[in-house]
Design a binder for this molecule. Structure first.
Ligand code: HEC
Length: 359
């Protein structure tokens, strides 16, 4: 991943740099002209500071003029076509799909580069449906507002669907909804909100989720979209319009109780040969593994003295291990024994970490 060297640059400077970068790429006949800032210095060595200054000033003038006339942000990066059948990739932003005019779904913005891309697309509000605490401060540097309305892999409650729809209706657009990968939860959230607002039908929503690559295994995510229907303005007014920037995720002990519960579910699934147990029809194997990965990925800091690099590395390794269990279940190409082997690595880590840092 490429990272901007200076986090303090204001967005318009990023835009100018991206334009210069685009020009540079065009001159060298590179096809993929995406935003990027760090090659400015190399370019200025090639063509000289005066040319750069002239270019920058003319672009600044254009940026300011268009800002004043429309009151909107300057959109210099095109969003995906609504007719696209594949998700689009951008600098610091993956799996981007257009759900409706002004409503987009994709991955978490990766550092300043991701937020710069969103700003250059003209996005004004970001809704995270992921378990992770959003980087509200960094988003603000790009003039972007954050709303955090997390949802699970097992589906979106009616209440949350209405909250998402109200946020999409009431907050300044265009709106970008993201989870971690932008494949499953953000797709379902954009789909449910769009149906609730009458932007598209349930069938169209399901087709859009297919473009995002939502795995059929996540039956709960599809079920809540199938169950969605257009809500009246009065119904939308029944849910909160507080739209929090950060939702509480609890301390490590709380997260661990969820980890424990998810691990118990996975053990029941394992006993049923990695299928949904008969006496627990609500359990979706891949969804439980994804949930476990999410808890580890987003686990808050432990209390001192456990706050060490080793601890952090241990936690993040379990996020990857649980992700591998999820991927194996999604692809369906691993034997039950192989999946069990992967889960065993996580079980062993629970014991090892507790004996060193907890017990
Ligand atoms: C990298 C370290 C680490 C790993 C891995 C880890 N834990 Fe923990 N766990 C902790 C620490 C530290 C605490 C104590 C938290 C506190 O009390 O603040 C804890 C607490 C707990 C608790 C007690 C929660 C409570 O109510 O106080 C449970 C249950 C638990 N872990 C389950 C698990 C399970 C199951 C796994 C594996 C799937 C796991 N943990 C993996 C570090 C870890």
């Amino acid at each position: 991943m490429r990272v901007f060297p200076d986090r303090k640059l204001i967005p318009v400077q990023y835009l100018l740099q991206s334009q210069i970068d685009c020009l540079r790429r065009l001159l060298s006949i590179e096809s993929n002209c995406l935003i990027s800032g760090y090659e400015l210095r190399r370019l200025s060595m090639k063509v000289g500071p005066c040319t750069i200054a002239a270019l920058a000033l003319s672009l600044l003038a254009i940026a300011l003029a268009s800002n004043r006339s429309s009151g909107q942000k300057l959109a210099v990066i095109a969003l995906p076509s609504p007719a696209a059948t594949q998700p689009s990739e951008y600098a610091g932003l993956h799996n981007v799909v257009t759900y409706a005019e002004g409503l987009y779904s994709g991955s978490v913005p990766q550092g300043a580069e991701g937020f710069a891309t969103l700003a250059a697309m003209g996005i004004r509000t970001i809704i995270s449906v992921d378990g992770a605490t959003p980087d509200v401060e960094l988003a603000k540097q790009f003039g972007l507002r954050y709303v955090h309305l997390p949802v699970g892999y097992d589906g979106i409650t009616k209440q949350r669907s209405l909250e998402l729809a109200r946020a999409v209706r009431d907050l300044p657009g265009p709106i970008y909804i993201h989870c971690h990968h932008g494949q499953h939860r953000s797709a379902a959230a954009a789909a449910a909100a769009g149906v609730t607002l009458g932007k598209f039908s349930v069938d169209e929503a399901l087709a859009l989720m297919k473009v995002s690559g939502t795995a059929p295994n996540y039956t709960g995510l599809f079920a809540c979209v199938r169950a969605a229907s257009v809500a009246s303005p009065e119904t939308l007014e029944t849910v909160s319009n507080k739209f929090p920037e950060k939702s509480q995720i609890g301390d490590l002990a709380q997260v661990m109780t969820h980890v424990d519960e998810t691990m118990d579910n996975l053990k029941l699934i394992e006993k049923a040969n990695w299928t949904t147990p008969k006496d627990h029809p609500d359990l979706v194997p891949a969804a439980e593994a994804a949930r476990l990965a999410d808890f580890f990925r987003n686990a808050p800091q432990p209390k001192e003295p456990a706050r060490t690099d080793e601890f952090a590395a241990w936690i993040s390794a379990q996020a990857s291990n649980a992700s591998e269990v999820e991927q194996a279940l999604l692809r369906g190409n691993a034997s039950p024994q192989q999946v069990s082997e992967k889960l065993k690595i996580v079980s062993q880590a629970c014991v090892q970490c507790h004996s060193k840092y907890r017990d």
